[in-house]
Design a protein around this ligand. Structure first.
Ligand code: GLA
Length: 660
């Protein structure tokens, strides 16, 4: 397939942030372990912990994640004795350390001394302490205190042989992802000024002619807090960009501090890939040595194993295909869902192996030993409250054994010829208020398409619309609502060069300022798709429309009779051919699904939310166009993926999900 030259190289493509990324942590074997919070236990327990870790085959623990007050009990007074002792103990036991900076847990003394650093929510609430993540990302006092403790830790432990990885902070963007306090407003004004340089450019980008919102001085800009009516969409989209970038600055500052002491130790921070809407992880992934992720299944969901695969595939893609680290998942129930259903027998090991099969070179848990007190005391752990005479402990030991056997898998890659486009900016923008339909939800559409690929045993990467896509035969676009002209041109080049593109409705609608591409929908993609739409026809709640095979498809394919929900459009053909037609509903008689031959490739357009069977059939046909294997014969309860080592050896994984 021809290349798609001229694309923004490196968007999420893991271009090194420094001269060279540090590699995988120095570890013998697949990483195995979890968050370890020894400060919650008397020191006698530590010896038992290390013995049990050895029994389970644990070789890495994340240490000190919430230990700020224990390390700095008074401002500027540091106490490292306890940390020295536990790191030495772990080292003697052959267990390596993923050392955290504890900045997700500002001490009570810090909040008392600096009450203004408490975050303010969009509706004006000031959040309190006795919790975690109580901070404003723009508060200078907080930033200085974070950098100071990072410096202290790095100076003391960077040459300790047990420390093989840095874990900066914990889950940036979790609980508090944005702040509306005065310091944040000032930071937003500075950010906007740096981005737009002139007020004219800002007013143009934000479309402030609407409702007389023109800004006449930089300090008139406010954070887009709750207001009497909906707030300027472009401003909200920019505030989302600003908030993600602010958190990333916090990370980079600490990363650079620890790096300065020993550049050979890799640095990571734990993402929450599919669940972290506020952080644009394509931009974050460029800044870490290795991608690590926390993933929790939704208890009781019948598709939780497919959701898990989606998260794992996204992580691998964020890592540019390199091995990534599953930093946290659970051995059993969590504590934060409405009903914390335990994992079924065998499910925990299957979950771990599914992550491994999709490119993880490390399997870690929250947490090592279940807490006795605190809000997470009912969260499962590797060592449950019941101790080692427990199903979970036996599974933990068994998994450790299996991971030792799987050692040769380390470094092997997952190969995919299909990609699904995933774009945080589209996620942010399309879920703002005053949209054509509240039923258009970003993750819902991502999953709808991903699920049908998964069930047909198609291994998919995720990618961004600005990337060079030429190595993929099939590219699926569930909802790239925000599409810049150059990104649309990228997709066009991809198709012309021989690629097969499948685009769903409400993609290519606005530019980077959430301003509509004019001349008919989907503005940026009309020419690629060979269609034009003059009006959106979203459907009422619960409404369904019938779709069937278009009359003129030549009869070589089986007849389709399916349905659509959420959305419909009066699609006009401008070069494309109709594949399915609306049989009823507001777009009756118009094409519902189309196919456009363009250059060496083809672009499909799906203008409604198809029922799963019909969507699968459309993807099957697109996959046939693309030459992608689409296996509808093998049961979709069997997950099969493979990793391939540099020497060509193949590691096939088959996971049977009928077991629970
Ligand atoms: C997150 C956090 C952990 C813990 C778990 C519980 O992933 O990083 O500290 O709270 O959730 O599931």
């Amino acid at each position: 397939m021809a290349g798609t030259g001229g694309v923004t190289a490196g968007y999420g493509a893991q271009v090194p942030y420094g001269a060279e990324r540090a590699g995988w942590p120095r570890l013998d074997g697949i990483a195995y372990g979890g968050d370890y919070n020894p400060e919650q236990w008397p020191e006698e327990v530590w010896t038992e912990d290390v013995a049990l870790m050895r029994e389970a085959g644990v070789n890495l623990v994340s240490l000190g994640i919430f230990s700020w007050v224990k390390l700095e009990p008074e401002p500027g007074k540091f106490e490292f004795g306890w940390l020295d002792r536990i790191i030495d103990l772990l080292h003697e036991g052959g267990i390596a350390v993923d050392l955290a900076t504890p900045t997700a847990a500002p001490p009570a003394w810090f909040l008392k001394a600096h009450p203004d650093i408490r975050p303010v929510t969009r509706d004006g609430k000031v959040l309190g302490g006795a919790s975690r993540q109580t901070y404003c990302p723009h508060a200078p006092e907080y930033i200085a205190a974070c950098n100071r403790i990072a410096e202290q830790l790095a100076a003391r432990y960077s040459d300790h042989p047990a420390v093989v990885l840095w874990h900066i902070h914990n889950e940036y963007g979790c609980h508090v992802a944005e702040c509306y306090c005065p310091a944040s407003v000032t930071a937003f004004q500075e950010w906007a000024q740096a981005r737009y340089r002139t007020l004219d450019a800002l007013n143009e980008a934000w479309g402030t002619a609407f409702w007389g919102q023109t800004i006449t001085a930089w300090d008139e800009i406010d954070a887009p807090r709750e207001a009497p009516a909906d707030v300027n969409h472009a401003q909200r989209l920019d505030f989302a960009r600003f908030s993600s970038a602010s958190m990333l600055e916090l990370f980079k500052a600490q990363r650079d501090i620890v790096k300065a002491h020993n550049p050979a130790i890799p640095v990571t921070t734990n993402f929450m890939a599919v669940l972290n809407k506020p952080m644009d992880l394509w931009s974050w992934a460029r800044e870490v040595d290795l991608v690590s992720d926390d993933h929790y299944t939704t208890a009781g969901s019948p598709v939780r194993h497919i959701e898990l695969s989606m998260a794992a595939d996204l992580c691998r893609s964020l890592a540019g295909g390199a091995p990534w680290l599953l930093m946290e998942h659970s051995t059993g129930a969590v504590n934060w869902q409405p009903r914390n259903v335990a994992k079924l027998p065998g499910e925990m090991i299957r979950n771990s192996l599914a992550h491994l099969a999709r490119g993880a070179d490390g399997i870690m848990y929250f947490q090592w030993r279940a807490s006795r007190a605190g809000t997470e005391k009912y969260h499962s752990a590797m060592v449950p409250h019941a101790g080692t005479d427990s199903r979970i402990w036996r599974d933990v030991v068994e998994l450790g054994r299996q991971l030792r056997e799987l050692r040769p898998v380390r470094g092997a890659r997952v190969e995919a010829d299909t990609a699904v486009l995933f774009d945080w900016e589209s996620w942010w923008a399309l879920e703002l208020d005053s949209r054509p339909s509240v039923d258009v939800r970003f993750l819902d559409m991502q999953f709808a398409y991903y699920e049908q690929l998964w069930r047909a045993h198609v291994t998919a990467d995720f990618a961004h619309q600005s990337m060079d896509l030429s190595r993929y035969r099939l590219v699926v676009v569930p909802q790239s609502y925000v599409l810049r002209a150059e990104e649309a041109a990228n997709l066009r080049r991809y198709v012309e060069g021989g690629g097969t593109l499948v685009v769903s409705y409400f993609s290519g609608i606005v530019d980077e300022n959430d301003a509509v591409h004019l001349g008919g929908y989907p503005g940026a993609l009309r020419d690629v798709l060979g269609v034009r739409v003059d009006e959106f026809l979203p459907l009422a709640a619960g409404q369904s429309v019938a779709v069937h095979s278009a009359a003129d498809t030549g009869g070589s394919e089986a007849e389709v009779a399916g349905s659509g929900t959420v959305w419909s459009e009066p699609v006009e053909l401008r070069g494309a051919e109709a594949v399915l037609t609306y049989a009823d509903g507001p777009a009756a008689g118009h094409p519902a699904v189309t196919r456009h031959q363009l250059g060496e490739g083809q672009a499909w357009y799906v203008s409604t939310r198809l029922d799963p069977a019909t969507l699968r059939e459309i993807l099957r046909r697109a996959a046939a166009d693309a030459g992608v294997e689409f296996d509808t014969q093998t049961p979709d309860t069997l997950e099969s993926v493979r990793r391939v080592s540099a020497d060509g050896s193949v590691h096939p994984f088959t996971l049977d999900h009928t077991a629970g």
